[in-house]
Design a binder for this molecule. Structure first.
Ligand code: UGA
Length: 462
């Protein structure tokens, strides 16, 4: 079974392989992070019995008290419901988590090595753990984003650890498409489910696992494993490419006096392009796009293809920070000693995740230039302070802007879009406002008395 099998939402009830799979499955999720915890809580809400395993005792303690260790809208409620209904438990013990599991999800981190390759040490360790505790028939699901070919490594590792069980263990790829900030929504009603499998048994188990979603019409795309693995990298890289395209376009718009937001609307109304991920600004961050782009490029290189387009996507994204710093310098002359307020510190709204956050990259650049940087964020202040030495934290936007020579909107949290602009301007020393996400109406900003600097947009003629 190696070719794409297409999209289907239909289960075949007469299929014998499906018939002996129980309705409610016993699922173990290895890694209770942003992907693993959401996956665990969602599967529990579908009626499965789920055990989440994580080596970090502190995280497990917090989860046992019903409190996710990171902020994700709707997650705490889902976790608590799963626990109250007795379907979701947490442990640090592999033996407890894995005993009697039908399906094990590998949701451990795959960070970048220094050379950009995905570091798969945690995937290997999880596989060894799973193999050692396996008691019989089992499906191992790759959920973490991994390079194409990882399933072969997983199978080899299982074969080495448990030659006695290798015929009973299936490896399946089921990449996640969750966005932080809307991960719960995305997993309760995904746009599609992708399953890469090499055998009918693995496929049938996964169809049964997701039966409730398939019944609600969620499309299922079934492929071979390597296609599924590659598809995840392909999606993330393409989304990042759209963003970098718009940022490069913003640079051209700034020189030509054109409006990147209007061009985005024109482009987005073409169904072949689509309206999403066309926002120019401070660029993409987070734990996925930056590392996945490089890992994908490295994978292509290892296969003998130079995917230089991906390098350019990263270059344009990096350039955005320097461009923004230069805009601030242009407005303020010297940066040394200037007070700069950053609104939003997380890599995107509705999360406390600051990994590879453009706001923090900008903060570090400005601090290195001798500026005094004050940030605020509804959820990510604490994490940001830990991450960037010298970053001062203010409780809200008005306090951050107090005495500031420049205010920069870095992350488009809802609450910033409702700011009292006059009050904000009155707090500042100089009314300079750099809109790193094109959130504000240029006319309203100008009327409020700001020297408004948008991204890739001309200023209104007043
Ligand atoms: C991304 C993908 O969107 C998910 O489908 C995928 O499952 C996930 O990575 C992953 O691999 O785990 P995520 O990183 O949570 O999800 O966030 P996105 O909503 O994709 O945003 C990524 C970055 O792009 C953010 O910094 C955001 O501000 C930026 N962005 C997004 C733009 O700069 N412009 C846009 O038009 C859209």
């Amino acid at each position: 079974m190696s070719e794409t099998r297409g999209v289907s939402t239909i289960q075949d009830p007469s299929n014998e392989a499906a018939a002996d799979v129980p309705d409610s499955l016993c699922v173990t999720v290895v890694g209770a992070g942003h992907v693993g915890l959401v996956t665990a809580a969602t599967l529990a809400s579908m009626g499965h019995e789920v055990r989440a395993l994580d080596a970090d005792a502190e995280k497990i303690r917090s989860l046992e008290a019903g409190t996710p260790w990171f902020f994700e809208p709707g997650l705490e409620e889902l976790v608590r419901r799963g626990m109250d209904e007795g379907r979701l438990t947490f442990t640090t013990e592999g033996a407890i988590a894995l005993a009697g599991a039908d399906i094990v999800f590998v949701c451990v981190g795959t960070p970048a090595r220094e050379n950009g390759d995905a570091n798969l040490l945690a995937v290997e360790a999880a596989t060894v753990d799973i193999a050692r505790h396996a008691r019989g028939r089992l499906v191992i699901v790759e959920k973490s984003t991994v390079p194409a070919g990882t399933s072969t490594r997983i199978r080899q590792t299982v074969a080495r650890e448990r030659p006695d069980l290798i015929d009973q263990i299936e490896v399946v790829s089921n990449p996640e498409f969750l966005r932080e900030g809307s991960a719960v929504e995305d997993s309760l009603m995904p746009e599609r489910i992708l399953i890469g499998a090499e055998s009918e048994v693995g496929l049938q188990m996964m169809r049964r696992l997701y039966a409730s979603l398939l019944e609600r019409g969620v499309p299922l795309i079934e492929t071979d494993i390597v296609t599924a693995e590659l598809a995840k990298h392909a999606c993330n890289a393409f989304l990042a490419l759209k963003i970098s395209y718009m940022n490069a376009l913003a640079r051209v718009c700034e020189r030509a006096g054109a409006d990147v937001v209007s061009i985005g609307e024109v482009m987005g109304s073409d169904a072949r392009i689509g309206p999403h991920f066309l926002s120019a600004g401070l660029g993409f961050g987070g734990f996925c796009f930056p590392k996945d782009l490089v890992a994908f490029e490295r994978l292509a290189e290892s296969l003998g293809y130079e995917f230089s387009l991906l390098r350019e996507v990263t270059r344009i994204n990096d350039e955005v920070i320097a461009v923004t710093r230069e805009k601030i310098r242009e407005a303020l002359w010297n940066l040394e000693g200037k007070r700069i307020a950053l609104l939003g510190l997380s890599f995107k709204p509705d999360t406390d995740d600051v990994r590879f956050s453009p706001a923090l990259k900008l903060a570090s650049t400005l601090l290195a230039e001798g500026a005094h940087v004050v940030g605020c964020d509804p959820e990510a202040s604490h994490a940001a302070k830990e991450e960037v030495d010298g970053l001062e934290i203010a409780p809200d936007a008005y306090e951050a802007a107090r005495g500031a020579h420049c205010v920069v909107l870095c992350t488009e949290w809802e609450e910033f879009t409702r700011l009292d602009l006059n009050r904000l301007r009155e707090s500042t020393a100089y009314p300079v406002f750099v809109d790193g996400r094109n959130v504000f109406d240029p006319l309203a900003m100008t009327e409020a008395g700001f020297a408004y600097i948008p991204t890739g947009r001309p200023l209104p003629k007043v």
